[in-house]
Design a protein around this ligand. Structure first.
Ligand SMILES: Cc1cc2nc3c(=O)[nH]c(=O)nc-3n(C[C@H](O)[C@H](O)[C@H](O)COP(=O)(O)OP(=O)(O)OC[C@H]3O[C@@H](n4cnc5c(N)ncnc54)[C@H](O)[C@@H]3O)c2cc1C
Length: 424
């Protein structure tokens, strides 16, 4: 395929704004020219793509979702997810880690702007977030987003086991204690955006409503990284375990005011759908690779064409149809993102997330079967895409199973409906 015939990640690029085209192109240039060639190394070593983050920083992309009023690029949800998908096309681990960083600016940024706050609270949030945004835009600092704990909390079914206790008196701030597993960017981020339960020392442990989102400096006393990292896929995310042993952070560590995270989860479910764009990109990349392979155009390989076999044509058609189905849902929900979506929009969002995660892996499976034995060699990127793609539907809070669970229930029940006990 020539550059002109490589499909655009957003399908019809003519439907995009000039700004969106520009930001996606920035990601495409970095991905094509730099990230694709480096991806095998992070995968082999299970090491963090520091060079890629330096390039993202130089391109201004670390501040992609920092509001323009704070010096960032001010991307909205639709723009960001298309950029993230383009990155995923070239290096899954970089795109997924980048997403953890970007969420730490998107949630306090345009998501917080869409939510209810008292005037004083909003002013205080504006003051505090300006410190975090200045670190990202001015100093190139990297944030991450560890919330998984190995219990029911990351699925949204129980309060966070990681606790924050308010420190009384002039020193202020919070003491944080607990553990986070699968913390992508462990050892690479400057700040870990930790979800905790705000514990009231007089009234005991809190509920989901008492969730608190704090940026803990990676070098704060009491922060340690433990365990190894040798997974099947997404190896460059370096998602090791973080321990917080009575770590003190100041009030300014709050990425959102107390109570706002819970409101966000109830009113802006799109906040959890930012993991899937990476996998949209991987699906596209597996398709791109297959077309190049069957046309005998993969760099470094003998130019043997395999496109004339009808079975290959059927397989590639199947892949393209799945890819376009996936992209259609991806783009529709990207453009629908808004606060307080109705039930239908929520269901579409879950269906889109599920579809992207499952189809990415299925498209990679078809790609390997179609291209054949040589395509699974580690000298080519397809086997890495296959392994990376497997991780998507395992990621909480919206694993494939949990999406099916919720969609099935919500198809059959309206809010508050219960069944009568069945008499035996
Ligand atoms: C490459 C990679 C990077 C990651 N990076 C991060 C990160 O940066 N930050 C972060 O916080 N997490 C991260 N995660 C973790 C991820 O989001 C999940 O939390 C983790 O994979 C869950 O693993 P677990 O075995 O503890 O899941 P469990 O909680 O044991 O769940 C196992 C399965 O059971 C099902 N299940 C769970 N709860 C319920 C329920 N209540 N009802 C029905 N079914 C349920 C789900 O389908 C789930 O897949 C990452 C994961 C991967 C694979």
């Amino acid at each position: 395929m020539t550059d002109a015939t490589v499909p655009h990640i957003a399908g019809n690029a003519g439907a995009l704004s000039a700004r969106q085209r520009d930001l996606i192109e920035r990601a495409a240039v970095l991905g094509r020219d730099k990230f694709a060639a480096r991806a095998a190394r992070w995968d082999r070593e299970a090491s963090f793509p520091f060079e890629n983050f330096a390039d993202l920083r130089d391109a201004g992309l670390l501040g992609i979702c920092v509001p323009q009023s704070h010096g960032g690029l001010g991307a909205d949800f639709a723009t960001y997810v298309m950029v993230a998908a383009e990155l995923g096309r070239h290096c899954g681990s970089t795109a997924l880690s980048f997403n953890m960083h970007v969420c730490s600016t998107m949630w306090p940024g345009f998501i917080a702007d869409a939510l209810e706050m008292h005037t004083d609270e909003r002013a205080d949030h504006e003051r505090i977030r300006s410190l975090h945004f200045a670190r990202v835009v001015g100093e190139g600092k990297i944030y991450s987003q560890p919330f998984s704990e190995g219990g029911a909390a990351a699925a949204g079914k129980a309060p966070w086991g990681t606790l924050a206790v308010r420190v009384p008196g002039s020193r202020g701030g919070y003491h944080v204690r607990g553990k986070k597993i699968f913390a992508s960017l462990s050892g690479a981020a400057d700040y870990y955006g930790v979800l905790c339960t705000l514990e009231d020392p007089h009234h005991g442990g809190g509920s989901l409503r008492d969730s608190l989102y704090l940026a803990v400096p990676a070098d704060a006393p009491g922060v340690t990284i433990v365990g190894d990292w040798d997974p099947l896929g997404m190896r460059g995310t370096v998602s090791r375990t973080l321990q917080f042993d009575d770590v003190w952070v100041p009030d300014e560590a709050r990425l959102m005011p107390e109570g706002l995270y819970f409101q966000a989860t109830q009113r802006y479910p799109y906040m959890f759908a930012t993991l899937s764009p990476t996998y949209m990109g991987i699906a596209q990349a597996a398709y791109d690779f297959t077309v190049a392979y069957l046309r005998g155009e993969v760099a470094g390989m003998a130019p043997v064409k395999r496109r004339m076999y009808p079975t290959k044509q059927i397989a590639v058609a199947d892949m393209r149809i799945k890819l376009e189905q996936t992209r259609a849902l991806f783009l529709q929900t990207a453009r629908e993102a808004r606060v307080d979506p109705d039930k239908d929009a929520r269901m579409r969002l879950l269906a889109a997330h599920y579809t992207i995660m499952e189809n990415a892996n299925d498209i990679c499976r078809l790609a390997l079967r179609t291209c054949g034995g040589q395509a699974m060699l580690k000298s080519l990127p397809l086997e890495r895409m296959y392994r990376d793609s497997r991780c998507g539907s395992l990621m909480l809070p919206w694993t494939a199973e949990l999406c099916v669970d919720r969609v099935g229930r919500e198809c059959l029940y309206e809010s508050g409906e219960r069944d009568e006990p069945i008499e035996s």
